[in-house]
Design a protein around this ligand. Structure first.
Ligand code: HEC
Ligand code: HEC
Ligand code: HEC
Length: 498
């Protein structure tokens, strides 16, 4: 091999060496550059998990006062506002940890007597600052924890008037009015209790000493939904509440009806309701709810307009004793029953005046027979050329005006507030449809949901692969040229073998 040729080989070797080293350096650099985005993505994922848990915490603990989607109920403030989103983190943490002294806002941290851990409170702060309230609303509804809106009801006028015939009747009337405005949402119609709070109209409670009852109402029960009322009610009013609670057996049942609460639905809950209806109810009530020989029609105008959601829920939960209608409360969760009621309710728009009972053998319910089946309530509107999005927007608008009408039919001031609360939710729903379309939302959510194309290429792996390949090639080339540089006739080691 000539001198010149050897020089060339050397040069090529050097260049290849430099290139390979460069490849390795690039690989390391790329890895370092990628690190922050990787961290960001990981943080986004942690936040998403936190927010997911926080929505359930919110549903279980806060929705009863702060509303379905953080919109606030009557005088209780909203949580879905920019003021709180940009509020100092520690300040917000403190409010939730310790509550607000002398208001209905209880302390939530375990160290202050509440039910939540430090971490859970932090998750709630994340929800308030970064969360999606429409998603939270869906969570609350799907868990069957939608709060009673309106929060309040009105005493039955006839029974209310008859209270004046009792001893201290005026005091009882005052208490009944306060109870219907402030306590009924949790403690239920006629004080008989709900899933949120125990019955107060109960012989065991009547045995509690008046002083103790007064203390509970004044100070609340730390760590539960029972807030302190001493800043909301006067001493006389609290005295009246104690009188009512200890003498409730003298007050006629029906004096304080349940608030007329429309059950809120989501796409998911309607689908669930439809499938539960098919598997549990249609054999008696017919596949379209038009009735059979075994049970009356539910899908008829008269029944649906006269029976509020709460009443249907109660019928389904308790059954009709002495008839074939079972009590479903024993075998179905409240959330499932509400899903069915929501499903039954959306027949109202198209329900016939007179039902045509199914005679059986129709080949199954319509949603199983037809893949394009749309709930009847929506079919007419879809037929009229409306898009699903328009329909959703209209439903939101209807919910808004419906809530408003409820709130303004002569209800107490809280009632009017309710109407506005519901209207706000309706608008939120519409906004949500819009923002949903344009894909805005919290930055981390976009990062997770819609990565840019170059983000889907894993730079780290590619650099390592290329670097590794380069090194491997270099080794092959060096080895090959070393062999070539050693001619068999040269005076090297080879000779010793010959
Ligand atoms: C029993 C009703 C009730 C419940 C339940 C409740 N809150 Fe409150 N909350 C209130 C009231 C009333 C206020 C307003 C206090 C005041 O007047 O400053 C409030 C205020 C707040 C504030 C401050 C709002 C502001 O604008 O300053 C935050 C934050 C808050 N609540 C978060 C929560 C969270 C999170 C939960 C659930 C863990 C919760 N609340 C449960 C009644 C409640
Ligand atoms: C946000 C829901 C909520 C509201 C509103 C509410 N309470 Fe309560 N209340 C509760 C809960 C929950 C308990 C049970 C606390 C416990 O676990 O000890 C309770 C317990 C009580 C008790 C003690 C009952 C017992 O058996 O020891 C009394 C008395 C009471 N509430 C009165 C009232 C009065 C009067 C009002 C209206 C001014 C009211 N509550 C409003 C949720 C509520
Ligand atoms: C075994 C047959 C049977 C099944 C299954 C059944 N029901 Fe009924 N249901 C009845 C009968 C019978 C009545 C009428 C009771 C009466 O005479 O008041 C009734 C009444 C009702 C009513 C009141 C109707 C009215 O006009 O007052 C509702 C609401 C209702 N059922 C809902 C349901 C739901 C929801 C399911 C499924 C979870 C269901 N039912 C399953 C037999 C049944």
């Amino acid at each position: 091999m000539s001198e010149k040729k050897q020089k060339w080989t050397r040069l090529i070797e050097i260049i290849i060496g430099i290139l390979a080293t460069e490849a390795v350096v690039f690989a390391v650099l790329f890895y370092a550059i990628d690190e922050p985005t990787r961290l960001e993505r990981a943080q986004g994922e942690i936040l998403a998990v936190q927010l997911d848990e926080a929505m359930t915490l919110y549903a279980e603990n806060c929705t009863v006062c702060h509303g379905l989607a953080g919109e606030g109920i009557s005088s209780i403030p909203s949580l879905n506002n920019d003021g709180l989103r940009t509020m100092d983190y520690d300040e917000l943490l403190k409010v939730i940890n310790r509550g607000r002294y002398a208001t209905a806002m209880p302390a939530w941290n375990k160290s202050d007597g509440g039910p939540l851990s430090d971490y859970q409170v932090e998750e709630l702060v994340s929800l308030i600052q970064y969360g999606d309230w429409m998603e939270t609303q869906d969570r609350v509804v799907n868990l069957g924890l939608a709060p009673l809106v309106p929060f309040s009801t009105e005493p039955d006028p006839v029974l209310y008037a008859s209270l004046s015939g009792l001893e201290n009747g005026a005091v009882l009337q005052q208490a009944v009015t306060i109870y219907a405005a402030q306590c009924v949402a949790c403690h239920g119609a006629d004080g008989l209790g709900t899933s949120l709070a125990p019955a107060l109209n109960d012989s065991a409670v009547r045995e509690i000493a008046p002083g103790e009852l007064s203390r509970i109402i004044n100070l609340g029960v730390s760590g539960t939904l029972m807030a302190s009322w001493n800043s909301t009610l006067t001493e006389t009013e609290i005295g009246a509440m104690v009188e009512l609670i200890t003498r409730w057996d003298e007050v006629a049942l029906g004096s304080i009806p349940a608030p007329d609460v429309p059950i809120v639905t989501t796409e998911e809950s309607l689908l669930l309701g439809a499938s539960l209806f098919t598997s549990n109810c249609s054999q008696c009530h017919g596949p379209d709810g038009q009735g059979t020989r075994r049970a009356p029609a539910l899908n008829v105008k008269g029944f649906l307009t006269e029976t509020p959601d709460m009443a249907i829920q109660q019928i389904v939960t308790l059954g009709v004793s002495g008839t074939a209608m079972p009590a479903w409360g024993d075998r179905m969760s409240e959330a499932n029953i509400q899903a069915i009621v929501g499903f039954i309710r959306q027949w109202e728009a198209t329900a016939p005046e007179v039902a045509t009972p199914a005679t059986g053998g129709g080949g199954g319910p319509p949603w199983l027979r037809d893949a394009n089946w749309v709930p009847p309530g929506q079919q007419a509107q879809l037929d009229a050329g409306m898009t699903q999005a328009e329909l959703d927007a209209q439903k939101a608008a209807e919910a808004a005006t419906g809530g408003h009408a409820d709130g303004t039919t002569g209800g107490p001031p809280e009632g009017a507030g309710q109407g506005q609360g519901a209207a706000a939710t309706g608008q939120d729903a519409q906004q949500h449809t819009q923002t949903g379309d344009t894909g805005t939302g919290p930055a981390w959510a976009q990062n997770i949901d819609h990565p840019q194309w170059w983000e889907t290429i894993d730079v780290k792996i590619w650099s390592l692969t290329l670097g590794g390949t380069a090194i491997a090639l270099l080794l092959v080339v060096i080895g090959y040229s070393a062999l070539r540089r050693t001619p068999p006739d040269s005076e090297t080691d080879f000779e010793e073998y010959e």
